[in-house]
Design a protein around this ligand. Sequence first.
Ligand SMILES: Nc1nc2c(ncn2[C@@H]2O[C@H](COP(=O)(O)OP(=O)(O)OP(=O)(O)O)[C@@H](O)[C@H]2O)c(=O)[nH]1
Length: 218
Amino acid sequence: MAEGDFHPIRRPPAVILAGGRSSRMGSPKAGLVLAGKPMLTRVVERLRAQVSDLAINLNDPSVATPSDLTVVPDTIPSFIGPLAGVLAAMRHTAKVSPAASHVLTAPIDTPFFPTTLASSLEGALTSKDEIAVAWSGGEMHPLFALWPIAIADDLDAWIRTDSKRRVRAFIARHPSVAVEFPSIPTKAGPLDPFFNINTPEQLQQAEAWLQCLEDREP
Ligand SMILES: Nc1nc2c(ncn2[C@@H]2O[C@H](COP(=O)(O)OP(=O)(O)OP(=O)(O)O)[C@@H](O)[C@H]2O)c(=O)[nH]1
């Protein structure tokens, strides 16, 4: 296929990344409740309308998940970092959506990510080999990305040989395109749509941001 002929499918399959230890939070992030509503519900609701298929990468069987959400554990020994979740997402997608060129990933700990995430990332792709990665405020958010399924074997081999397993270093091995997302205006100032929650204090900050967002509704 010539580069100019590449037309990604409009709604990609997606996998929520929740396979980490949540050590700073002290409890699984997928089980957190933000302002009375489970984080998992918030992320699922935000993603569902954007994607063709949705699963969750999770290694903790004690976390409750909706019955219609497929749980995908890591395919390599657990807790080697987020790229294990990306690999599990690629392997799962190759099975359930064999026609898809890419899989979208979004981490569980980021409740305000853009509702145009999938379409904006897809719109930026110019080839089936590219990774499309979200940015905001000049900062890369490498786990909000569309990953070509075809690089799964390269990722698998790279994870097993590169001791640092940095997401940015893996992205640098492949062609990629950056997609900048604007901040969200609120009364309290601009909110980074990729504000993420790693600690109990950040969970409280997220509640405050949520209040600011609700205050701006007409
Ligand atoms: N599958 C998988 N996902 C991971 C792993 N480590 C982190 N992640 C995921 O990567 C994203 C960013 O995770 P971090 O904040 O770095 O790690 P965390 O486990 O959530 O939290 P900390 O233990 O406090 O660092 C989250 O979506 C995690 O679920 C891992 O070893 N395996």
